[in-house]
Design a protein around this ligand. Structure first.
Ligand SMILES: [Zn+2]
Length: 131
């Protein structure tokens, strides 16, 4: 039996994993893995994307232009805040997702970046009046 470096509980050596912090148990290894800063759930790209994706819910600079050509009127909707914020969220979310996929086998780590990227897509659609 060996003590786990992270939680201090004793485990058989066969149940333990060598990590940068020493011998840790399996459940602590998962924790260490999910605590990584540059690919963590709230890493800077994720936060940046989240801000970009959320701001358009509060600020809108929508322009609605109705043009009539040969009696056919088309309404164009364009919200610069939603388009820029959505683009930012999509780009940052995909960037973070790529990092998370490389850094971790744990699917729980992919959820947040994927959600940020999806939010970006939604805001882009909103920005062009499609959602
Ligand atoms: Zn432990």
């Amino acid at each position: 039996m060996k003590p786990c470096k992270a939680c201090g509980k004793e485990f058989p050596e066969s149940e333990m994993i060598f990590s940068a912090d020493g011998m840790v148990c399996r459940s602590c290894e998962v924790d260490l893995d999910s605590g990584g800063l540059d690919s963590g759930a709230m890493s800077p790209p994720v936060l940046t994307g989240l801000i970009g994706g959320v701001i358009p819910f509060f600020i809108s600079m929508a322009e609605v232009n109705t043009t009539t050509v040969n009696g056919q009127s088309t309404t164009e909707y364009f919200d610069i805040v939603a388009v820029v914020g959505g683009g930012l969220a999509l780009g940052a979310g995909l960037f973070a997702l790529k990092g998370a996929l490389q850094a971790s086998k744990h699917a729980s780590r992919w959820g947040t970046p994927a959600a940020v990227a999806a939010l970006g897509v939604y805001q882009l659609l909103r920005g062009f009046g499609k959602a």
